[in-house]
Design a binder for this molecule. Structure first.
Ligand code: 6A9
Length: 785
């Protein structure tokens, strides 16, 4: 019995939250405490939509379709690379009260704008304005169907009010958090002040089993029997949601899974046109006027001016002499990170060695930026530290809220799950084998970089200590356990060394087993993962983390000696050199059980019993090892070797800097005209696939997060006294120029900011738009480090 009890209590630890008081008060996101941030574009996974910062929010959104074009599958809703849009993203967004987005579909552009207005007890009102214009190149005038929708998510109700000809004029509703509200749909006009245009209307009012099913419901209700017949045009049948489905409503009502109301208002109209949608909160009583038409135009104008002024005051790009086109690009990069912020609520799926099966983490909220609205619209732990480097310059308060959300997810062990896949919508985008998060797995603690930035702002009196100190005080116990978790679970084989856990174990299947936890996935490490490894990037992250912990402790008047001791030991360059300097490579390196003599070979193998095609030999690539591994330095030159430089751990007089600068500026190794490549051209694994299905990722391409750290380090060593000062300063200018020119050029050419950039051509590649850490280009332009 005792053994069983122990087992189950150990099994519960992974899902037991840390007991220290939460950083966020229970109602801190509520409309009473934080009305300005209640409604927002917190659904980064859809092209356009809003929700409130609450667990089961009523959501609003937009889908659209190009009529009489290639009909199949051109319903747009969630951001999908497969839609092949020519570009989309927020051009302006202040993170709070308004946003302007452009969506370039093939033959027309939709501009989606929103403005909020405070009042009442539920986060106030807002208005959307959608403007459609055809492209000059379009062959005929596009006819577009916009499908505006509202949906509840398990609580509350919605009622469509239908006028003549199936036109929904408004939706009224009620929910626990919003009270009563009304959404009014304006008629399409040719532009502000113009008269109404010919349009056809359709609607759907039904029940839905969940937000992840909205696209399917609309697709399944489409019917081609409706006729579009403009005054002087031809008569054509078009696709529309079928209002007759309303009769299904009754049948569905008894199904317990159909727990949400879903209303769709479809407007079909020829470009150009403009439509406004107005949300009004029932508790907002003394409204001076309605936020539509010229009132809306004036309001938008004011916000745009305020945004432009704040942008210049924050980043000073005009003062630096950038062109208006460069500035527009930088505004778009910042705005899409702000407009990509999401509010997610739900449980992670996690597992420890004590759980036979994955278990559900406690439900919780996460307010976070996301790396990519299309491909990864969810929170990633180490990405977030980079995001907050940019966002903290714009809005310190925002960064504090994000910190609070992430640290409140910590469990009793001090672990924070790396990838946050919290609700059905998020889960619907991730293959099942990637959903489970394991509690031995880390991810670089980049939030310490952002925290360092907050401390600098405090020091420079850019933020008030009256808000910062209480925040730090609440955060502190959680930072302590987080640091402790790294410092115990990720230690290496010899004192003061560190090792990433969770490397791929099936060594035969990969050219080099991956280390997803390090964030640098397939970057070459020891060929044979073992407990003898030590990782130089993690050593450096711990140096940074211990230093920031010592500072926070000192500021709060807490005991700081232990952090300081750790920091002092790790900062000792002799220790670093001893553990990680490879004389062969003339660079810092990982150490472990390693051989370079590996390659992928075609082999006939028998598929293991129980799997399909069992008993039949199949050809697949397996790793062949020509020389046995032994304990030695890994000797892969690339991002990992730069870490002692990237995180400012080298003393300015360290002779190692000379070698690092050599490697950086050598085109045969790391230098390209577009930024630093992730792995040296001369490395045997440069641009090598890991399996037949797994293309090189961190084995050559240029990544902006690490390049940001590189320019920042060059700036650092280029401005403090030391023998390499001038060399660093010169390289700083060149690298900075290369990076910003290329990211900008690719944006102009392709319409997107990208996940990585090709080291031979500079072309953007991988997921897009990627305005997570690639948006750090703004800080590189502004020279804010
Ligand atoms: C796989 C695919 C539809 C990989 O930016 C997020 C992360 C980084 O943290 C990491 O350093 N990206 C980088 O190496 C993207 C990871 C996406 C994993 C999800 C599922 C979904 O298929």
């Amino acid at each position: 019995f005792y053994a069983l009890y122990m087992r189950s209590s150990l099994a519960r630890r992974v899902v037991t939250l840390h007991p220290s008081p939460r950083v966020l008060d229970a109602n801190s996101s509520s409309p009473a405490v934080s009305p300005e941030r209640y409604w927002g574009s917190y659904r980064p996974q859809v092209y356009f939509g809003m929700k409130t910062r609450s667990p089961r929010s009523v959501v609003t959104g937009l889908m659209w379709m190009h009529q009489f074009a290639e009909m199949d599958g051109n319903l747009r809703h969630t951001c999908e690379q497969g839609d092949h849009l020519l570009g989309y993203g927020w051009l302006m967004h202040d993170g709070v009260s308004f946003g302007v987005q452009e969506i370039h579909d093939r033959d027309f552009t939709l501009t989606t704008e929103f403005v909020k207005r405070m009042g009442g007890d539920h986060g106030g009102d807002w208005t959307w304005r959608i403007t459609a214009k055809q492209h000059g190149t379009a062959l005929s005038t596009p006819v577009v169907s916009l499908m505006f929708y509202a949906s509840t998510d398990g609580q509350g109700s919605l009622q469509a009010h239908v006028e003549e000809k199936n036109r929904v004029s408004s939706v009224t509703g009620t929910s626990e958090e919003l009270g009563n509200f009304k959404i009014t749909f304006g008629k399409p006009t040719a532009g502000e002040g113009a008269s109404a245009k010919y349009a056809r209307y359709n609607f759907l009012q039904t029940r839905s089993p969940g937000l992840d099913k909205l696209t399917d419901i609309v697709k399944n209700s489409l019917n081609h029997k409706f006729i579009f017949s403009p005054p002087k045009g031809e008569k054509r049948s078009y696709f529309a949601v079928d209002s007759y489905k309303v009769t299904n409503h009754q049948n569905q009502q008894n199904d317990p899974k159909m727990e949400s109301d879903f209303v769709v208002h479809q407007v079909t109209v020829q470009t150009p046109f403009q439509i406004e949608v107005l949300f009004e909160s029932g508790s907002f009583r003394e409204r001076p006027n309605q936020l539509v038409g010229s009132v809306l135009t004036d309001e938008l104008e004011k916000r745009k001016v305020a945004f432009d002024e704040k942008f210049e005051a924050t980043f000073g790009l005009q003062a630096k002499g950038f062109t208006s086109s460069h500035i527009k690009f930088a505004k778009a990069a910042l705005s899409n990170m702000l407009g990509g912020m999401g509010y997610f609520f739900g449980p992670s799926v996690v597992q420890s060695v004590y759980n036979e099966h994955p278990v559900l983490y406690p439900e919780g909220p996460l307010f976070t930026a996301v790396p990519s609205r299309s491909f990864f619209p969810r929170g990633f732990l180490w990405d977030e530290g980079f995001h907050q480097l940019l966002l903290s310059k714009w809005d310190t308060q925002l960064t504090q809220e994000v910190f609070a959300h992430w640290l409140d997810l910590i469990n009793i062990e001090g672990w924070i799950p790396r990838e946050q896949i919290l609700d059905d919508e998020a889960r619907s985008k991730v293959p099942s084998e990637f959903i489970v998060q394991h509690n031995e797995n880390a991810n670089p603690p980049t939030l310490f970089l952002a925290l360092q930035e907050l401390l600098e702002q405090l020091d420079a009196e850019l933020v008030s200590s009256q808000t910062m100190l209480p925040f730090l005080r609440k955060l502190y116990p959680r930072l302590q356990v987080w640091f402790e978790w790294f410092n115990t679970t990720q230690v290496g084989p010899v004192p003061n060394s560190y090792r990433w856990r969770g490397r791929d174990k099936d060594t035969n299947l990969f050219l080099n087993p991956k280390t997803l936890t390090s964030g640098l996935d397939d970057y070459p490490r020891a060929s044979h993962p073992s407990a003898d490894e030590r990782h130089v990037d993690l050593y450096c992250w711990m140096t940074l983390a211990s230093g920031v912990m010592a500072n926070v402790a000192r500021i709060l008047g807490e005991p700081h000696q232990l952090y300081e001791n750790t920091h002092r030991s790790l900062s000792n360059n002799d220790l670093l050199n001893e553990l990680h300097w490879s004389e062969n490579l003339h660079a810092f390196s990982d150490y472990g059980n390693h051989t370079q003599a590996v390659s992928l070979q075609q082999e006939k193998v028998f598929v293991p019993p129980g799997q399909p095609r069992h008993q039949f030999p199949v050809a697949r690539l397996v790793r062949s090892v020509r020389r046995a591994p032994k304990l030695q330095y890994v000797n892969a030159l690339g991002y990992v070797s730069l870490f002692p430089f990237l995180l400012h751990i080298l003393t300015p007089d360290s002779p190692k800097i000379e070698h690092i600068l050599q490697a950086i500026k050598d085109p045969e190794r790391l230098w390209t005209p577009y930024g630093l490549r992730s792995l040296s051209r001369a490395d045997p694994l440069y641009m090598k696939r890991n399996t037949e299905h797994d293309a090189p990722y961190w084995r050559g391409p240029i990544w902006i997060n690490i390049n940001y750290l590189a320019v920042r380090a060059l700036h650092h060593y280029g401005s403090i006294e030391g023998p390499y000062k001038e060399k660093a300063a010169t390289l700083y200018q060149e690298l900075r120029t290369n990076l910003m020119n290329n990211v900008y050029k690719q944006y102009l050419e392709t319409g997107y900011i990208w996940e990585q950039y090709n080291d031979s051509t500079g072309r953007g590649q991988g997921s897009h738009p990627f305005t997570g850490w690639s948006a750090l280009t703004v800080l590189i332009m502004a020279e804010k480090y």
